[in-house]
Design a protein around this ligand. Structure first.
Ligand code: NDP
Length: 338
């Protein structure tokens, strides 16, 4: 029976991402399946459980979370709650001996994210930060172009990731739940992808942010941030992010011999990559895929083999270290060295 060899996941938090992306993605996964659901709303969890062919016993409330300890078929927990709750459920899952797949951003700051890494290490379970773009063929082709020298020596990096958040009551606009504004939610993709493509870490950052006082949406978090990051060898990056600018996800890497452009760079599908050098511009095409299926399959294979995932918890921490520095720079008006 195929089901016996697949890795059972408990999904924690049944919001938009879980309902619209993760549950459908798990259905087409070769190596993972949804074995249990955890939610603040028992009725909702039971409804989703039934639709998946599971039973009422597979639906848990947050209060019942620790009962997952008895579920041998649940080997991994996928945390899909607001950001500030990642730590609590990741830590509890680790203590139950469950491997942890955690949505981005890993926590609300570097210290918070590090606590998740520490808890998983202590418990001897695997931890993966759900950086879906790093599992796509487009991002890997871009990385190969950079790493194989097609662009020559790197000079300039650029990325914008923005979208409009129009509900003033959204948890994404509450500092206590989100940890910040567009930076940790969407700007993180720009930061993370430039690190992934170059394999380099910024040495210093400088940032400005805008928080319009009169807008009810931005009472607690920034509306926009613009940042300059210094990478080794004089390579510099500009990153911009906003919750008040029309949906944009773009990325450029410019070397002396060539450049690459991804636009859109970060959606669930339809990514477009252009590679240019002195011979012209190519737009390679790639087979269809579901990013969340690729993630489920990757983590499930890591669990089976005992391998460290490609995007472990430490990657999530490193992005928080840099984001903490960006906020410090925006607050102080100073360059912050890393
Ligand atoms: P939603 O608001 O749609 O869902 C979050 C769910 O978390 C809620 O439905 C609720 O589920 C649960 N929850 C528990 N406590 C709270 C609380 N105090 N306030 C609000 N919800 C609560 O968010 P998303 O699904 O969009 O995002 C969830 C996580 O996934 C975030 O960390 C986000 O950054 C990440 N994300 C990642 C994406 C990606 O592309 N990788 C895309 C979108 C989000 P219940 O009622 O079942 O308890």
């Amino acid at each position: 029976e195929a089901q016996d060899t697949r890795v059972g996941f408990a999904l924690v938090g049944i919001g938009k991402l879980t309902a619209e992306e993760l549950i459908p993605a798990a259905r087409t996964s070769e190596h993972a399946y949804v074995a249990a659901l955890v939610s603040g709303e028992a009725d909702k969890a039971q409804g989703f459980a039934r639709a998946l062919g599971l039973t009422e016993q597979d639906a848990y409330t947050y209060e019942q979370f620790d009962e997952l300890a008895d579920r041998e078929d649940v080997q991994a927990v996928y945390i899909v709650t607001p950001n500030s709750l990642h730590r609590e459920y990741a830590t509890r899952a680790a203590r139950l001996g469950k491997h942890v797949l955690c949505e981005k951003p890993l926590g609300v700051n570097a210290e918070d994210a590090q606590a998740i890494v520490d808890a998983c290490r202590e418990a001897g379970v695997l931890l993966m930060t759900a950086y879906r773009c790093q599992y796509t063929p487009e991002h890997w082709a871009a990385r190969d172009a950079v790493q194989d020298g097609m662009l020559g020596d790197l000079r300039l990096l650029h990325s914008i990731h923005a979208q409009v958040e129009d509900d003033p009551d959204a948890w994404r606009l509450k500092r206590e739940l989100a940890g910040g504004g567009p930076l940790p939610d969407v700007g993180i993709y720009s930061l993370n992808t430039l690190r992934f493509l170059t394999g380099q870490e910024p040495e210093w950052v400088f940032a400005t942010q805008h928080q319009p006082g009169g807008d009810p949406r931005f009472q607690e978090v920034e509306a926009s941030m613009s940042a300059l990051l210094g990478f080794p060898g004089g390579v510099s990056a500009t990153i911009q992010t906003s919750y008040a600018a029309h949906r944009t996800g773009t990325l450029r890497v410019m070397g002396e011999q060539g450049s690459l452009h991804m636009d859109p760079a970060f959606p669930y599908d339809g990514l477009k990559l252009s590679l240019s050098d002195n011979d012209g511009t190519r737009q390679p095409s790639f087979p269809d895929y579901d990013q969340f299926t690729l993630e489920f399959d990757h983590f499930a294979r890591c669990i089976r083999r005992g391998d460290t995932p490609w995007t472990p918890g430490e990657e999530g921490v490193q992005d928080h270290v840099i984001m903490d520095a960006l906020y410090e720079s925006a607050r102080t008006g100073q360059v912050v060295r890393l």
